[in-house]
Design a binder for this molecule. Structure first.
Ligand SMILES: Cc1ncc(COP(=O)(O)O)c(C=O)c1O
Length: 401
């Protein structure tokens, strides 16, 4: 079966040119089938019942956790908390991390709003100070001068592994080394990386690694906060309720062990099952093979877009310095108009600030067009994008040159 044949959405929409994988990935049939089987034959509440179906649900859920930990090479010092998406995982850290007045939180300017806004709120609530690690939108490495913002008062540094606006791949290891010199923890937002390329939490030496299931062929509604135990141990629960407790008295509660302490209420077992199935699908394809294919598509898109006289490509020039997405501007056409006109030709891209308004402001851009790729992207999708751009230019009264 080809990669394209694995995705039923392409059967339902044979003419769809889907270039918005960075927003959400499409789902292989096996993931959908596994989730259907879960709901048809296995559904029960985990952790609670004394009966067989519930006990199996607990095992299935914990197997999914193990699969996630293995997939990101978390190592024995880390565990995974299931959340509803990357955003909830990021909010969990921002809310539960024990910041004190005067502590400094350093966040990359290229971070998604789901990193920046929770940390802004955390800083206001705790009296911590939010500082920015400024990047230039082209390079993913960091000079000592850039890293000087990380200092003795820094408690947490947060940055994407790959940013979703321009697709820059960052040298996280260097940031981690600098943070370690000052005893600061590092949170890596890997939402645009996991499922696209091999990601090793141990190799990155990240304290926290977050991602969403739906961006890596899994279902919407399941995300992951992978974290070192030593970090989670100093954090109080973000949400409270059933399942996260060991013992509750009238006035106080002892909490369940980590990671359950951070998973209050009935969990999205169907989502975890789907994520596990997505991991199995990726493993069966080979993550290296997917990464190579996406790099080839990115290289082709960079080539085709850069040779277009009306297009300006943003971000790194080289494929090896970026993720599987390309942001670009088309002379004379606002990104939103571009996306609307492309949609008329069945081409789905993303346009706008990409939930990165501080980054856009820093780069002095109102927004960009973004095409993003996955396993089922083919060169003809990118050819269609180029034709769509030409068509839009004609609609706006320009010719190709
Ligand atoms: C880099 C990055 N971080 C975080 C998020 C938030 O993910 P979610 O909306 O699944 O919580 C996104 C989604 O676009 C993203 O691209």
């Amino acid at each position: 079966m080809t990669w394209r044949e694995s995705f039923p959405i392409l059967k339902a929409h044979p003419d769809l040119i889907y270039l918005d994988h960075a927003a959400t990935a499409q789902k292989p049939q096996v993931v959908i089938d596994r989730m259907t089987a879960w709901y048809e034959t296995e559904n029960a509440s985990p952790n609670r019942g004394a009966y067989g179906l519930s006990a199996s649900a607990t095992i299935t859920y914990e197997n999914a956790r193990e699969a996630v930990l293995k997939f990101i090479d978390a190592g024995k010092d880390a565990t995974a908390v299931f959340t509803k998406n990357a955003t909830e995982a990021l909010n969990l850290v921002a809310y539960a991390y024990p910041f004190k007045p005067g502590d400094e939180i350093v966040v990359a300017i290229s971070a998604h709003h789901s990193v920046i806004v929770p940390l802004q709120i955390a800083a206001k609530r705790t009296g911590a100070v939010l500082k920015y690690l400024y990047v230039d939108g082209v390079h993913g490495d960091f000079s000592e001068q850039m890293l000087a913002v990380i200092g003795p008062k820094t408690r947490l540094v947060a940055l994407p592994l790959i940013d979703n606006a321009l697709g820059v791949l960052y040298d996280v290891e260097t940031v981690v080394k600098k943070a370690r010199q000052h005893g600061a923890a590092v949170l890596v937002d890997a939402a645009q990386a996991v499922g696209h390329r091999p990601v090793s939490m141990q190799k990155l030496d990240a304290d926290f690694l977050v991602f969403s299931g739906h961006k890596m062929y899994g279902p919407q509604g399941i995300g992951v906060l992978a974290a070192k135990y030593e970090q989670l141990e100093q954090m109080t629960p973000f949400l409270a309720g059933g399942d996260m407790i060991a013992y509750v008295t009238e006035q106080s509660t002892t909490y369940a062990p980590i990671p359950k302490r951070f998973e209050a209420g009935t969990q999205n077992v169907g989502g975890a099952v789907g994520l596990d199935a997505a991991i199995q699908w990726i493993d069966a394809q080979g993550i290296e093979r997917i990464a190579e294919h996406e790099a080839a598509m990115t290289r082709y898109a960079l080539l085709r877009l850069s040779e277009h006289p009306a297009v300006t490509v943003l971000g790194p020039k080289l494929t090896m310095e970026r993720g599987a997405l390309v942001s670009f501007e088309v002379e004379g056409i606002h990104p939103h108009d571009m996306a609307t006109l492309l949609d008329q030709n069945g081409i789905a891209i993303r346009a706008g600030h990409h939930c990165c308004q501080p980054y856009m402001h820093h780069l002095d851009k109102a927004g960009t067009c973004r095409a993003s790729f996955s396993a089922f992207t083919e060169e003809r999708d990118i050819d269609a994008l180029i034709m769509g751009i030409d068509h839009a230019r004609k609609v706006f009264g320009y010719d190709r040159s």
